[in-house]
Ligand binder design. Sequence first.
Ligand code: F6R
Length: 569
Amino acid sequence: MCGIIAYLGKDNAVNRVTEGLKTLEYRGYDSAGLAYISKETIHTVKQVGPVDALVQKVNDLKLPKSNIALGHTRWATHGGITEQNSHPHVSDDGNIAVVHNGIIENYIQLKSDLESKGVTFKSATDTEVIPNLISQFKSENILKSVTEACKYLKGSYAFLAMSCDHPDTIVAAKNGSQPLVIGTVKDAVYISSDTPTLTSKCDKIYALEDAEFAVICPTSVKFHKFGKSIVKKPLAIMASVKPATKGIYNTFMEREIHEIPDVIEAIEREYCKRDLTKLVAKIHACDTIHIAACGTSYHAGLYIARMFERQGLRRVLVHVASELPHTNPIINPRDIAIVISQSGETADTLSAMKTFKNRGLYTIAICNVEGSSIWRYADTALPTVAGTEVAVASTKAYIAQTLVGEIVVNAIMEQPTNFVSYRKAAHEILGHSEEILKVVSENKDMNRIFFLGKGLSAITALESALKVKEITYRHCEGIAAGELKHGTLALVDSNTLSIILTPTDEAAAQKLNNSIHEVKSRGSHIWTVPPVESSLQIIYAQLFALHLAQKLSLDPDKPRNLAKSVTVE
Ligand code: F6R
């Protein structure tokens, strides 16, 4: 989704910002832009399409050196994918430039008020009201202008503003679920919506929280809240995150799937030294465990819930995070909550977490990004240590989430986790890549694909179908096999591929045979995936989806319409 990066310091700010924009690409976007100040004037360069196209444009224009620049990758929400709608947006009087993540809910009213005062708008975005409002409150003190403007904004936002009257200052403002972090280094400051982009560059990183403002100069950062200055502690980030590369692979997704054995090893190292006693005691003392997450992380939640319930440990309710406000589940203060998120910034998950906290629940985050919002808000953060996941389709992070869940279950049961055999199994499945490619070649023209599972493999079926849908755009469903005859069987014909996810449980596997007969006798093609102890069976589906996308000449790393980090509700 939208990304913010800015630089203020001695170097060429435009270069620093274009480098930063490249690191934000994985989040998903459809246009990019930057603004800088030169000769007391704000200039912008914008481009629809990849950041490389923007960089080309910047190079062709041979821009003068500037010490201040704001950059943005836009994922269209309000207004089409055009240069006019790309950020940064500049006030009608040319004084203020803004990059913004989030949604200004009352922008239509604000726009019409500003228009009645003679302001002309150039874009269809909600963002453009922000620089124009700030400009209405123009004063010697840019923080004052920004805080006054914010009093009129409704919705969630994280934005940066700069003024040609203050070429050595950027003001940051935040409200709602949009992350914004400020990283300092000698004589320079970087600001980003993505913590990992700063960890390798900066000495100290500060996270802006709701209702806070920062006045950022090259050698100082001052924080304010409710009109008073405040002192903030830098984040305790354990390790700097190296920028991910494709290495020997053609795509990030391929690399990330092949990293799964290493992820299992990293989790083993991490959790060997962690003491889960306090967490286990919390779980022992609770009535119900609530899990909330979205997409793939939601499927990891279903998987973890099943593991808890299989051992008869606790009642677990798994919530689609975006549905939580609309389902009104019974929550009591003796319950605990687990939220699961790869990015740690998913707006719906963060909002579910706030609901749990407001209801007095102890919250545990299973999260891959240290220092992210979900990580920071949790009472306990359990890292998934999967390393940066760049491909939009989550692969290694899913395995990491389910494995961390299993480690917690095992800690309660006082039994070991079988890391060695899991790593061996992961290697073995990866070795089947060529066979899976053959299945793809034989079935690439099928109209629809069904994954059929039972027990734990029914959950794997849901996650498998999501993988195929998101990167191949083929109709695909994951079904608990017994449900087939209650409706979906009507779709099965000779243009269908049914992928059977054999469960490890003998009795379940026997029952699944009935479903195989049902689809076979309607002409469906069949591929049978062998049973695998643990969630690792998903690797078959991940490789299947990857190969199918490549066969169809689609880029698996950047599926259409999707973003890696979904920071709007
Ligand atoms: C699918 C996928 C998404 C995410 C979902 C939640 O492959 O990656 O469904 O799982 O957007 O994201 P996180 O885990 O970052 O909260």
